[in-house]
Design a protein around this ligand. Structure first.
Ligand code: G4P
Length: 528
């Protein structure tokens, strides 16, 4: 098969949702359709239910499994589908943001009763900013929930999307009868059996046909006709280009748990979802069809198996063909590396592969060469963009609790930071180390992992910081910048890349500083 054909076959996407909306269930049902797993319950949930650390530790124990679920691949209708897992818990949102740099489209899952929730808003905003094509799946139609039109309004208003329903529910909850598939023009009737089987659909080009009553009863038929009329009147006609440009978002309804409406979603998805898309680097835009291989690291997982100190870097292939045992340039280190056992991921296993194509994810065994965001090429010097660090919201000093293990501690911290678990800052004044995180849960995770994976112990000490911002000045020799650095010396630190960071203890300080030193620029992400 040619490179072009391989590219045309690939669909790499992520499922995003607020925890509990049904992401894991939907993933599992997609895998069932793809024949990638044989029974429900095979996909381990990696979610943290009540934000409890114990859940996270449990997940850590199952890392071997949960990492297999980081990327799930299967073939459906001759398309290679790659699902990238995205943690739903807000403390791990950064991990999800980074994964979103490696997807070509997303499916957004929304709970019909809860509607648009906080985490959905945040994640969709990131996708919207990047014009990532999105399909919305309204889940749990077997339960009482919000009116379909109200929900569509909510999705438009809260998420800033322009939607068009490609399926429409017939009733809901106790009265849920099925869905009308606007895309394929047929009706899929809901029954309890659909859990086990893929249900038969009834073609219905014309909902005005009197047979409709036979299938769903008079009342439901009348309501459906009225509602569909409204749908055609109010919502724009589906247009694939608009969807691909991130300007229009098709909506499907269903019940993942009951395996209902999932096939419709998947069939439409393989038809309309994008192939691997071109990606911007710091020098140019790279097209997947280019012959030369390029790719970037979007995720690192260390110590999946505590017995073998392994570390896996996940690479998204952007262009060309990635080949085993071929030297590639690690751009940041200016070093050639070759990989004898690159892993490809399937739903239930990982396998060594000889060749991978744009859209695919390969896992490379890493001995500490990689950091998130690193670019690999055949020799071209360029870096893929789009994985900024976000300004952390929690700050603590980290202290070594076992002086005999300081080497282990620093190695552990170093590696965990490379994985992107948190950010490390070193105070300019006294060299003390500060860990900044997006969520409070990370501190426990770091402590646990330092102890269990590196044999090191740490303690924390609170630090009163409201926000950390990256600092730069138009002209570093200017007097104002020098004065800023002198006056604020106590509040300055360096991040791991050696960039200057300012710790503001309150919103007020931040504002005052900005007013007093207008030429000093304060940034809330590391990429500026
Ligand atoms: P998440 O990954 O987005 O966090 O959600 P997950 O799939 O784990 O689903 C959250 C809960 O919602 C689960 O119940 C799941 O069974 C349920 N659920 C998912 N889809 C549907 C649906 O279509 N209809 C109904 N009624 N429920 C659905 P749980 O009790 O939290 O977990 P479990 O004990 O069933 O695993």
């Amino acid at each position: 098969m040619s490179l072009l054909e391989e590219i045309a076959k690939r669909r790499t996407f992520g499922i995003i949702s607020h925890p509990d909306a049904g992401k894991t269930t939907l993933t599992e049902k997609l895998l069932l359709f793809g024949g990638a797993i044989q029974e429900a319950g095979a996909v381990k949930s990696n979610k943290i239910k009540k934000g409890a650390t114990s859940d996270f530790m449990e997940i850590e124990r199952q890392r071997g499994i949960s990492v297999a679920t980081s990327v799930l691949a299967f073939i459906y209708k001759d398309k290679k589908i790659n699902i990238l897992d995205t943690p739903g818990h807000k403390d791990f949102a950064e991990d999800t943001f980074r994964t979103l740099t490696a997807v070509d489209s997303v499916i957004v899952v929304i709970d019909v009763a809860k509607g648009v929730e906080a985490q959905t808003e945040k994640l969709v905003e990131v996708c919207r900013m990047r014009n990532i094509p999105m399909i919305v799946f309204i889940n749990k139609m077997d339960r009482e929930g919000k009116d379909a039109f109200d929900l569509l309004d909510e999705v438009e208003q809260k998420l800033g999307l322009t939607v068009t329903p490609l399926s429409f529910p017939i009733g809901m909850g106790y009265n849920f009868k099925g869905i009308y598939n606007v895309w394929e023009k047929n009706i899929n009737l809901f029954s309890e059996e659909s859990k086990q089987h893929i249900t038969e659909t009834i073609a219905f080009d014309d909902v005005n046909h009197p047979d409709l009553e036979k299938h769903i009863g008079e009342e439901a038929a009348e309501t459906l006709r009225e509602e569909l009329e409204l749908v055609y009147e109010v919502y724009p006609e589906f247009n694939q280009q608009e969807y691909l440009d991130g300007q229009l978002q098709p909506v499907f309804f269903g019940s993942a748990l009951n395996n209902f409406g999932v096939r419709e979603l998947l069939d439409c998805f393989v038809d309309i979802a994008p192939n691997p898309r071109p990606k911007e680097s710091d020098t140019r835009i790279v097209d997947p069809q280019e012959k030369k291989f390029t790719g970037f690291v979007f995720k690192i997982h260390a110590n999946m198996d505590p017995k073998h100190r392994d570390r896996l870097a996940f690479i998204k292939i952007v262009s060309g063909i990635f080949k085993r045992n071929t030297p590639y340039l690690h751009v940041r280190n200016n070093k050639k590396l070759k990989f004898s056992s690159p892993n490809a991921f399937f739903a239930d296993k990982k396998e060594i592969v000889d060749e991978s194509y744009p859209g695919d994810i390969v896992g490379l065994h890493d001995t500490g060469n990689f950091k998130i965001g690193d670019t690999l090429t055949e020799g071209e010097v360029m870096n893929y963009r789009g994985i900024p660090s976000f300004s952390p919201e929690h700050f603590r000093y980290i202290n070594n609790a076992d002086p005999l293990k300081s080497k282990q501690l620093y190695k552990g911290i170093d590696q965990l930071m490379d994985e992107g678990v948190a950010q490390l800052f070193t105070l300019e004044l006294n060299g003390r180390k500060v860990i900044g995180t997006v969520g409070a849960l990370q501190y426990e995770v770091i402590q646990y992992r330092l102890e269990h994976e590196y044999g090191a112990k740490c303690t924390y000490e609170n630090l009163n910081v409201h926000k950390a911002c990256w600092v730069d000045a138009e002209d570093e020799s200017n007097e104002e910048y020098k004065e800023f650095k002198r006056v604020k010396q106590k509040f300055l630190a360096k991040d791991k890349q050696g960039q200057l960071v300012f710790f503001a203890d309150s919103m007020f300080t931040l504002q005052m500083t900005q007013q007093k030193y207008p030429t000093v620029k304060l940034h809330f992400t590391s990429e500026f």
